[in-house]
Ligand binder design. Structure first.
Ligand code: UT7
Length: 316
């Protein structure tokens, strides 16, 4: 096969909405600071009994149903996550069990917030190599499990959710997943952390990551377009990692986009859902009809590592 394309999307968010006003009662913060510094107004928080597997399965089930494929058609399931609790079986294997996918290769992938775009590239490469024909690629996080609810600098940022894509082999000319641009800067590995065996908690050097994302990543995002054979002006949509509205505005401003390009701003209602943020935002825009089928969209994510990954995809 000469490539693959996304044929269906799905997403899931827990019903519980946590507002900035509620956070004012939990830590020394206020709605004005959170909105001005991050753009975030609300985030979704999973219930005690709701696991990363539950979030992932709900999103993946929707994508699979929308694809029209049977569970037995899926040859690969991968879940990008850094907040899953179980080491074995993998979240992907648990999702396969939930959805009745009988014989797929299943594995989790942790590349922090860049996880979904990384997993999508791995699945695309697998399909290109002929090792699977259809794959389920999921980003799922229960960040509320790894949030320090006493730390005002991070607890206001994070949220729970999942997004999923079904990808299928495609002939030359019909492929819809462009070459990936990915990499990492391990000299800044400690700038985003979720470390420790006992109760790991998310922490980051916020200003350093902000500077890195807004100064070094626009060139990388342009490179992803170049590798797809287009320029940013050809894009119909841009879905970056949803960490901070100010980063999204700065990054997209530097790309030279058309005025009518659709830019994902799901961070406002969902907060930072790490590896789930890109597929969640993409699926929501697609479901609302804001990214019609055939739209070229740059998806691009960055975070712990510090790492990045992105590619141009055609909207299903
Ligand atoms: O997803 C992984 C990748 N991560 C990112 O992309 C995150 C990148 N960084 C950011 O988005 C921003 O740096 C943050 C949103 C995390 C923080 O915004 P900032 O504008 O960089 O704020 P800051 O950390 O420099 O803090 C400014 C002030 C400090 O007070 P002083 O020292 O100036 O008196 C903080 O203590 O704001 C204070 N502050 C708060 N005040 C009210 C920190 N958190 C809060 C809060 N409410 N929640």
């Amino acid at each position: 096969m000469s490539g693959s394309r996304i044929t269906a999307l799905g997403h899931y968010q827990p019903s519980r909405v946590l507002t900035n006003t509620e956070l004012e009662g939990m830590v020394d913060t206020n709605d004005a600071w959170i909105r001005q510094r991050t753009g975030i107004a609300t985030r979704r928080i999973a219930g005690d009994g709701e696991s990363v597997t539950d979030l992932a399965s709900a999103a993946a089930g929707k994508a699979l149903a929308a694809s029209g494929l049977e569970p037995a058609d899926i040859g690969l399931v991968t879940v990008a996550t850094c907040s899953a609790v179980d080491r074995c079986p993998s979240t992907a294997a648990q999702v396969a069990a939930h959805l009745g996918i009988p014989s797929a290769v299943c594995f989790d992938l942790n590349n922090g917030c860049a996880g979904f775009c990384t997993a999508l590239a791995c699945a695309d490469h697998t399909v290109r190599a002929g090792a699977a024909r259809h794959a389920l690629v999921i980003g799922a996080e229960k960040m509320s499990d790894v949030t320090d609810w006493m730390d005002r600098s991070s607890c206001i940022l994070l949220g729970d959710g999942a997004g999923a894509a079904v990808i299928s082999a495609a002939e030359q000319g019909d492929a819809g997943i462009g070459p990936v641009t990915w990499g990492s800067d391990p000299t800044r590995a400690q700038a985003v952390r979720l470390a420790g065996a006992w109760q790991p908690r998310f922490a980051q050097e916020g200003q350093a990551v902000f500077r890195w994302a807004t100064t070094e990543l626009p060139a990388v995002a342009r490179e992803a377009c170049l590798r797809a054979g287009i320029t940013p002006a050809d894009l119909g949509g841009v879905v970056t990692h949803q960490a901070n509205l100010r980063i999204i505005e700065s990054l997209t401003r530097q790309l030279g986009l058309r005025d009518d390009v659709v830019i994902a701003r799901d961070v406002v209602e969902s907060g930072n859902t790490s590896a789930a943020s890109v597929p969640l935002a993409l699926s929501k825009l697609s479901e609302r009809g804001e990214l019609p089928s055939g739209t070229p969209v740059l998806i691009f994510a960055f975070g712990g590592g510090l790492s990045w990954a992105g590619q141009v995809v055609t909207c299903p």
